[in-house]
Ligand binder design. Structure first.
Ligand SMILES: [Zn+2]
Length: 264
């Protein structure tokens, strides 16, 4: 009896029922006790621990990212180990502790990977948001620049038109003055008594009229003693003109000349 009792109290070899598992190059111990080798005392605790560790191993291989152990399962395993040690102190738990340690380490590694991924994703989200904001700002800036340049282009066009209108007005004014002078000179040259008498009012009237509207243009022979004006420069009445044929507004011509009978 003494011998049997001493044998029972002898500690179990730590390598008994232990095999080596390999997960992605990491080697760790796995102790799984065959059903026919279970001791009568503490067998339920041994079965509980080994089943819990097996479900951890399934979780380890299921996905490369999800938690293997988790706080709840780890607490359960620690309690089971404690109960086994109390029920059967000579049963070696070295391999169980090693396997549990590997799962804990793998959980920590996976958590670090998840944290790193979350950090990267947060950074990418920030980058996307920043670049979206930047492009909106650039768009707003371009729109403002476009509005400014359009406004400037319109202003430049308006200024050019105003300038051109001013030039046309100046030219018209000069032409009108030249016309008035020429009409006056012509009237004087014709030396018709009534023309001389009405010279001043006539020239004033011409200026006023041509400023408003040039009216249709007519032609006369600038020989100095012309009394007729013509509708076209090609009129047969002008064919014998020895001087230049000069255009003049009809209203101005009417002041000192009569219409040609061929033309009118
Ligand atoms: Zn004529």
């Amino acid at each position: 009896m003494l011998g049997v009792s001493a044998l029972k109290a002898h500690p179990q070899k730590p390598t008994e029922f232990v095999t080596q598992a390999n997960y992605q190059g990491h080697i760790f111990s796995q102790k799984r006790t065959p059903a026919d080798k279970l001791p009568s005392k503490g067998s339920s605790q041994i079965i509980a621990i080994e089943q819990q560790l097996t479900s951890c191993y399934v979780a380890l291989q299921a996905t490369p990212t999800s938690p293997v152990l988790g706080a709840e399962r780890e607490a359960e395993l620690m309690a089971s180990l404690h109960q086994l040690t109390a029920a059967r102190p000579n049963w070696s738990i070295t391999a169980y502790s090693e396997e549990l340690g590997f799962y804990r380490q793998e959980d920590n590694r996976r958590q670090r990977v998840r944290n790193e991924q979350e950090r990267k994703q947060a950074y990418q989200r920030q980058e996307r948001e920043r670049s979206r904001r930047d492009s909106l700002e650039r768009l707003a800036l371009r729109r403002t620049q476009l509005i400014d340049s359009t406004r400037q282009a319109i202003l430049a066009q308006v200024r050019a038109q105003v300038d051109s209108v001013a030039q046309v007005q100046a030219a018209a004014h000069q032409a009108t003055q030249a016309l008035a002078l020429s009409t006056t000179a012509h009237s004087t040259a014709t030396s018709m008594p009534h023309t001389v008498a009405v010279k001043k009012p006539v020239s004033r009237k011409v200026v006023v009229k041509t400023k408003r509207s040039a009216g249709p243009m007519v032609y006369y022979c600038d020989s100095g003693n012309t009394v007729k004006y013509h509708a076209t420069s090609g009129c047969r009445g002008l064919s014998r003109c020895g001087a230049s044929i000069v255009p003049i507004s009809q209203s101005a011509a009417q002041q000192s000349m009569e219409p040609c009978k061929w033309c009118y």
